[in-house]
Ligand binder design. Structure first.
Ligand code: NAD
Length: 501
């Protein structure tokens, strides 16, 4: 067995649901194979949840919400448990990262960074609920009003396979911090790291029934769809593809559920001639090739001012050619294996489409020495036209499209010329241009002369087909709570009186 096929320490025998404090199989006993992205061999079985499993999980979560201590605890008490969760995640960071890397194909060094971020998410929301201040208003001598913030109930959390553990923590942290109970439906390609949550929560003292998890697929009749359609789940926080978001939006409509949608992206990185070119090349390489290019905020379209275009493309292609492709478990690896053969086929089909649409300047195939598994060379296309599919469609792999522009107006037009609007990156030394461009670009987030670094207090979300609503900081607290206004009469009642005689 090579290093890449040896399962990491602490792996469960199989992946099961976790309902009301117990690991359980599916009611109908159904299971599916989870594949190792380096070999594409099945390495573990996972329970495949359906409607009956979701019903059991929602019932457990509802009971914990209606009768359990969690929603009624003081924020400080809940925060203590959240901080313990963070401590445990941190102390198990290496084990967690090893599982995540093995299961998803993420390079181990990057998986460790994601595990650390997961711990931070719990710590951050612990701090936030303790420091939470709610609004109060007064009309002197007449009336006082205050806002009563309440948890909503059972939150349904549906997550994708890229950085799965971190993205789960990003929803679990605020959902439980605010006193809700949850049913998590992890992505079917990558259920391994999520199987550690029950142990972590039990050790931290989270009351039984607050956290429940049902594994399996999302489509109609399966776990994800059943969770969205369950009448006792008033909230759905979803991260995934825009198309899936549309389906969930429609399926949740009959109940008018609270929805948060973090969807796909095709984000522009705009490099003006007055930018620090070396910094821009380094950042835009990292921006699209880190996390194997399976990053929602990847700057996968690079727009470059004509006067520096040729030099930029040359430097970029040369550096992309030096990005180290390797096994996920190798600490020196920068790009490893894509998550699943289905996704690999999709990315490779875009590489072929790109060859017919644009000029290939780096990569474009399977890297040497990796004859099996989901390995793709970091791939760069230049002279990409705005109507090309590789310009318009999310590829979600290590593939980037470079396009020239000749004026600020053209740069903006190109930047906004897709259905997506998640992130934008702008490289220029002209502050006025940077601000004006940020105002006009259609994206939920903008980074100026910066890589994708994010303070946890800032709102996160996209516009257009990239999402609906924002999470992050207080926006997460708002999403996971009801804000009830309470009006108190302090003086004379000034209401009109009907039917007095
Ligand atoms: P996906 O939409 O295929 O699946 C996401 C989750 O939804 C999975 O758990 C899946 O089982 C479930 N699902 C599928 N159909 C469903 C249905 N009808 N009802 C309920 N659940 C259903 O996405 P993916 O391929 O796992 O993830 C990649 C996508 O996620 C990319 O488009 C990427 O941009 C996006 N993403 C966005 C963000 C963000 O914050 N905006 C972050 C990470 C990933």
């Amino acid at each position: 067995m090579t290093q890449s096929t040896t399962p990491p320490a602490g792996m469960p025998e199989k992946i099961r649901h976790y309902i009301g404090g117990e690991f359980v199989d599916s009611v109908d006993g159904d299971e599916f194979d989870v594949l190792n992205p380096v070999t594409n061999e099945p390495y573990i079985k996972a329970a495949s949840g359906k409607k009956a499993d979701i019903e059991a999980a929602v019932a457990a979560a509802k009971q914990a919400f209606d009768e359990g201590p969690w929603p009624r605890m003081l924020p400080r008490e809940r925060a203590r448990i959240l901080n313990k969760i963070a401590d445990i995640v941190e102390s198990r960071k290496d084990e967690l990262a090893a599982m995540e890397s093995f299961d998803s194909g993420l390079p181990i060094t990057q998986a460790k960074g994601q595990a650390a971020r997961a711990a931070e998410n719990f710590r951050f929301f612990a701090d936030l609920i303790v420091a939470q201040v709610d609004d109060a208003f007064k009309v002197p001598g007449r009336q006082a009003n205050y806002v009563n913030r309440k948890p909503i109930g059972v939150a349904g959390l549906i997550t994708p396979w890229n950085t799965p553990f971190m993205l789960e923590s990003w929803k679990l942290g605020p959902a439980i911090a605010t006193g809700n109970t949850v049913v998590l439906k992890p992505a079917e390609f990558t259920p391994l790291s999520a199987s550690l949550w029950p142990g972590i929560f039990e050790e931290a003292g989270l009351p039984t029934g607050v956290f429940n998890m049902v594994n399996g697929f999302g489509e109609e009749g399966f776990a994800g769809d059943s969770l969205v359609k369950h009448p006792d789940v008033p909230l759905i926080s979803f991260t995934g593809e825009s198309k899936t978001g549309q389906t969930i939006f429609a399926n949740a409509a009959p109940w008018l559920k609270g929805l948060s949608m973090e969807l796909g992206g095709k984000s522009p990185a705009v490099v003006f001639a007055d930018a620090d070119i070396e910094a821009a090349v380094n950042a835009t390489i990292f921006g699209v090739f880190s996390l194997n290019g399976e990053r929602c905020t990847a700057g996968s379209r690079i727009l470059v001012e004509q006067s520096i275009y040729d030099e930029f493309v040359e430097r970029y292609a040369a550096q992309a050619g030096r990005v180290k492709v390797g096994l996920p478990s190798d600490p020196a690896t920068e790009v490893a294996a894509l998550v699943h053969p289905e996704h690999y086929e999709k990315v490779m089909s875009y590489v072929e489409i790109g060859k017919s649409e644009a000029r290939l300047v780096a990569g474009g195939g399977r890297p040497e020495g990796f004859e099996t598994g989901n390995f793709v060379q970091p791939t760069v296309f230049a002279d990409v036209q705005p109507d090309a599919r590789i310009f318009q469609e999310e590829i979600f792999g290590p593939v980037v499209a470079i396009t020239p522009f000749s004026s600020d107006e053209e740069a903006l037009e190109l930047a906004n010329n897709t259905k997506y609007g998640l992130a934008a990156y702008i490289w220029t030394s002209d502050l006025k241009r940077a601000h004006n461009f940020s105002q006009a670009v259609e994206s939920g987030m903008v980074w100026l002369n910066s890589n994708n670094v994010r303070d946890l207090r800032t709102p996160f979300g996209g516009v257009k087909a990239s999402g609906l609503g924002h999470e992050g900081g207080y926006r997460s607290i708002d999403f996971y709570t009801e804000q009830q206004s309470v009006h108190i009469n302090l003086g004379e009642v000034h209401n009109p009186v009907f039917g007095k005689q």
